[in-house]
Write a protein that binds this ligand. Sequence first.
Ligand code: PEP
Length: 247
Amino acid sequence: MGRQFFVGGNFKMNGTVKSIKEILDNLNNAKLDSNTEVVVAPPSLYLLLAREHLRKGLEVAAQNIFDKPSGAFTGEISADQLKDSGITWTILGHSERRVILQEDDQFVASKTKAALDSGLGVILCCGESLEQREAGKTIEVVTRQLKAVADKVKDWSKVVVAYEPIWAIGTGKVATTEQAQEVHKAIREWLKKEVSDEAAEKTRILYGGSVTEKNCKELAKQADIDGFLVGGASLKPAFVDIINANE
Ligand code: PEP
């Protein structure tokens, strides 16, 4: 059974009204593989602009949500508010939030549940640091991060997992195809054991970490790599080549 290829663009805290419109125009005017699901995640200030500016068929994601529906939570945005604004996805658990803002597994899991309960799709990030990899703890770390979610979420049909080794994010140091495939396979086996056969078969597992137009095709050929979460390169015209990596 085929899993639809999925490419997300994480703009992080980059862009202006002008530059974001240029990036979106580039996508609007490009010939994109119609078999690939495409989602872009601009900073929250530009989510509505992106939804209004992007052509139909291309979706918009937030980079984060809060786990409550509304209330006295200054600076936060809820899943319901995103839904209300036509935003259909959110990234959660990105390593920059886990490390810099000290989000723990439980908080990420609680936000994942809140997003899914509101009907959003979730790009759920996981991944190990260099120190953890060198200590042989990659699979242990990744499955611990996923287990916190599995304890709260039984239906994974709107979850896309993004494996993003921290040492490969924004560093230009991409995981080898073997390193990425090994972890993706382990995640799929874990899903089979801990969630369900169906989740293992159907959940898209993306690779993220210094993906470019140069390395994407080799990575896309791996059996358990179902797409990419792209940071830096999603701000460039070559993002189109990454979207089309599976053609
Ligand atoms: C990311 O932040 O999700 C990411 C993968 O970044 P980059 O592609 O720049 O390494």
